[in-house]
Design a protein around this ligand. Sequence first.
Ligand code: FAD
Length: 364
Amino acid sequence: MTHDFAIVGAGIAGASLAAELAESGASVLILEGEDKPGYHATGRSAAFWEECYGGPEIVPLTLASGAYLREKGFLHQRGALYIAREGDEELVTDFMQRFVPTGATIQHLGRGDLQKRLPGVRHEWSDAIWEPVCADIDVAGLHAHYLARARSAGALLECRARVCGMNRASGSWTIATETGASHRAKTVVNAAGAWADELAVMAGANPVGIKPYRRTVAQVRIDPPVSNDLPLVLDLRGRFYFKPESGRLWLSPHDEEPSVACDAAPEELAVAEAIARLEEVVDWKVAAVEHKWAGLRSFAPDRRPVYGHDPQVEGFAWFAGQGGFGIQTSPAAARLGRQLLLDEPRDAMTQGLDTGLYAPERFG
Ligand SMILES: Cc1cc2nc3c(=O)[nH]c(=O)nc-3n(C[C@H](O)[C@H](O)[C@H](O)COP(=O)(O)OP(=O)(O)OC[C@H]3O[C@@H](n4cnc5c(N)ncnc54)[C@H](O)[C@@H]3O)c2cc1C
């Protein structure tokens, strides 16, 4: 059988796009190299929906996704606080100027309000920006939801199917996997996360320069335990974030270590840095590191995602470069991906998006 689409990668990108494409009536095959979908970046996220995350050009995708995520019950409101030290007032002003025009709901707070929202904050942290609608995302639930939607619309998922070669003849691809199987599809969609450029090379397309960077998260026990109602707290200088999770704290040093595409593992140094930075912010005591993990966030050179048909290679399309925002943007990204691949008109969810920002053509 020749499928309309073979999507390579069953993380949130591949799963959400598969659901959208299959529901349009297209026949879709998802090929995933691992034993189960969601093993890489998707299964390792910090699980938040934060309006400003990724920069002003990502905000439209995040905002366009919010209603869907909220309506389906995947968001649990928490609020976010960007915090700054004395002397960083210019950073605060700059942040407000960059993000207020995007439509993100943000408000400048002084020291008194910061202290109320973050008990134990050290004296030198004097400024904050409050984002009330920031929410936790049920990532596993959302990923399963998209896989279920895809499956019930007829999409097929093959795991342990690492694509190792592709050949195009007479308008369709023959796709080889490491197990020796071969599949046929009219269009191959690159949703391979950290491996996106490698896959492009297999298809004979120019890699766009998507590079993976390692990000570490540790789950720590605080003594006495922190309240589950605390906001997500992010450093305006980008050196940490933390948030409560089931009586524990998830903590990241906001590291961004260049990496090869691989099964990323956490490094002790990154965890130690995360704890040291937390201790600069609050007077809480870290009693134990219970769990730690790392994942790869993959960025194109301009840090915007890459959605749409490859400009040179017929039948090859991109759905990659999801950076640190691939979960929170997935509903609007997948809808837009479907519209671009099927040449459908924009709808209420995507009408405000500037597709040129995310087009593969921008890399020449
Ligand atoms: C620590 C951390 C925290 C994060 N926090 C957040 C957050 O709070 N909110 C948010 O929105 N985002 C967050 N992100 C980013 C988010 O996780 C990613 O943007 C998103 O998961 C990317 O999804 P993906 O499907 O593109 O990639 P992946 O989930 O990595 O999926 C790609 C898949 O492609 C498969 N694949 C690759 N090559 C092949 C091949 N040749 N053949 C077959 N299969 C192949 C891989 O096995 C993999 O399963 C975070 C990321 C990390 C690492």
